[in-house]
Design a protein around this ligand. Structure first.
Ligand SMILES: Nc1ncnc2c1ncn2[C@@H]1O[C@H](COP(=O)(O)OP(=O)(O)O)[C@@H](O)[C@H]1O
Ligand SMILES: [Mg+2]
Length: 234
């Protein structure tokens, strides 16, 4: 399993303010996601959580520093090798909803395999079967042939979670994955993420859902772009 590591990364945006035209959404930090560990980051809205997650995901070039997936320096790669690497190793659950509206639930879940099929690797894994299993686990199996426009927010979220796991990634990055789930589904989804960490994957959840904290192996909070480790309260 690969470790995902931000080395001296910061995220600066341009925004007009009195004293300066730039501000740090994420202040310079080292941040590592170890395999086999569920890491939870919480913090108020606007504190920089999604910015950090996007930088780690290979979607947003940090203002300074590097993001390493194993030995690969993500932002030194061209677009194509970067997307291939991301699709094989990083499962992303975005904060917003991003279904392809013309595809069914099952087709949406299998989309990463359709886009980035690798003969050698895929030969050993039955993705169809894995899709069925993931739909079963997340309680959307009956919706397999339904189009996204007929789904609730919570059902779309669970579909996105299944899609993030379909390539069996080393690293799972989830931005507010339980925000639109009821208590029962929150428990199911957190259990599924915890199980992924148990299989040796690095799981990173960004959330303000307190239910998530009990599942965390490591906890951090973020305030105005600064990350702090949370000590065990127990
Ligand atoms: N593309 C952008 N350009 C300028 N400012 C941005 C951009 N994206 C986010 N921000 C700002 O950066 C700060 C952190 O945003 P974000 O990382 O989305 O926070 P969180 O996920 O914790 O709610 C916020 O003040 C937000 O308005
Ligand atoms: Mg956010």
């Amino acid at each position: 399993m690969l470790t995902l590591r931000g080395e001296g990364i910061s995220g600066q945006f341009i925004r007009k303010r009195k004293d300066s035209n730039v501000f740090y959404a994420v202040e310079k930090t080292d941040f590592e996601l170890p395999p086999g560990t569920m890491t939870v980051l919480s913090g108020e809205s606007g504190s920089g959580k999604s910015t950090l997650l996007h930088m780690l995901a290979g979607l947003l070039r940090p203002t300074e520093g590097k993001v390493l997936l194993g030995d690969n320096d993500l932002y030194s790669l061209d677009d194509k090798p970067l997307s291939i690497l991301r699709s094989r190793h990083i499962g992303l659950v975005p904060q917003g909803q991003t279904p392809l509206m013309a595809l069914t639930v099952k087709e949406n879940i299998l989309l990463p395999c359709t886009l980035y099929r690798q003969k050698d690797r895929d030969g050993a894994v039955d993705r169809e079967k894995l899709a069925e299993e993931l739909m079963e686990r997340t309680g959307i199996a009956d919706l397999r042939d339904v189009l996204p426009k007929e789904l609730s927010g919570g059902e779309l979220r669970r579909m996105a979670i299944a899609r993030a796991l379909i390539m069996d990634p080393d690293v799972i990055l989830a931005d507010e994955p339980t925000g639109d789930l009821d208590d029962e589904n929150t428990e199911i989804v957190l259990g599924l993420f915890k199980e992924q960490a148990g299989k040796g994957k690095a799981v990173f959840l960004v959330t303000h859902d307190r239910d998530t904290f009990a599942y965390a192996d490591r906890r951090f909070t973020m305030r105005s772009g600064k990350i702090e480790a949370v000590r065990d309260e127990a």
